[in-house]
Ligand binder design. Structure first.
Ligand SMILES: [Zn+2]
Length: 287
């Protein structure tokens, strides 16, 4: 078969010889770049592969040395993940997936991982692997094994709010719920606000895992956003909705200020209409 060449490299071509686990991550990486959320090597994606997908792709896998995890994740023992690479650009995933993405397997004890595919010619999973795995462990348990995707990225409007305003979880969630009617329906449990912590640190991994015990989205002050979902579309959609509402807020302020917004009573009507249960510690009694 003749494979088209781009700048001397084999271009990606989705044929039967392409691992089937690549389809969704290629689309999501392209969308994140197109949205302006993934400058340079910003943003990272992880997807816990189903046993069926792993089984269907074993012919592509290789063996490699086990590497210690920063923080053990016993409940993820034996799981296999598709993870973007450290230092890699999401805008390049589409062209060279085997360089920019990899598949890793966690050992049965949840203490080490090894690369099964990708990160060619040499590389490693994202430096934010710790937060990703911590969140996967929590959401796997909370969702009865349904949630498999985690995305972190630098969505500009939500980061700008962390620069412009004094935020906490309640203030941020109410701001988003009240500015755009979609929000309380899409994330009735709210958005966790996590004050500044060093990227890639054990502290940010533990704080984010704790936050996602109760919610599916967290904002990292001055840095970005992380969300979990059943698949990459669900995690992407959560981030897109939060970022859209933040953008509407920024535009309203630029257009003269937020003079009108949804009341608590209107938010309650929305929640009832769409059968969601908002976090009452956030919605509260006040108008
Ligand atoms: Zn980041």
């Amino acid at each position: 078969m003749n494979v088209p060449r781009i700048a001397g490299h084999d271009a990606i071509k989705m044929t039967t010889s392409t691992p089937t686990f690549l389809h969704d991550i290629v689309k999501t990486s392209r969308d994140m770049w197109s949205k302006g959320w993934a400058e340079a090597n910003a943003g990272n994606i992880s997807l816990r592969l189903t046993p069926e997908i792993v089984e269907a792709n074993t012919a592509f896998f290789r063996t490699s040395e086990w590497v210690a995890l920063q923080r053990s994740v016993p409940s993820l023992g034996g799981e296999v993940f598709l993870v973007t690479g450290t230092g890699r650009y999401l805008r390049n995933v589409e062209l060279f997936p085997e360089k920019n993405v990899g598949v890793i397997e966690i050992d049965d004890a949840g203490k080490t991982y090894r690369v099964l595919w990708g990160y060619k010619p040499a590389g490693a999973p994202t430096s934010e692997l710790g937060p990703h795995l911590g969140v996967h462990a929590v959401r796997k348990a909370k969702s009865d094994n349904a949630e498999r995707a985690v995305i972190h990225t630098h969505a500009p409007n939500i980061v700008a709010l962390s620069n412009a305003l004094d935020l906490d979880t309640r203030i941020l969630t109410r701001l988003l719920w009240r500015i755009h009617a979609e929000c309380i329906v899409v994330f009735p449990e709210g958005v966790e606000f996590i004050p500044w912590l060093l990227p890639g640190s054990v502290d940010i991994a533990e704080a984010t895992a704790r936050a996602l015990e109760k919610r599916r989205v967290a904002v990292w002050q001055f840095h970005g956003i992380l969300a979990a979902g059943r698949n990459l579309d669900a995690a992407f959609g959560l981030i897109d909705t939060v970022e859209k509402a933040a953008a509407i807020y920024v535009r309203a302020v630029a257009a003269g200020g937020v003079k009108n917004q949804l009341s608590v009573a209107q938010l309650r009507d929305l929640a009832a209409r769409f059968h969601v249960q908002p976090d009452e510690t956030i919605l509260g009694e006040s108008t």
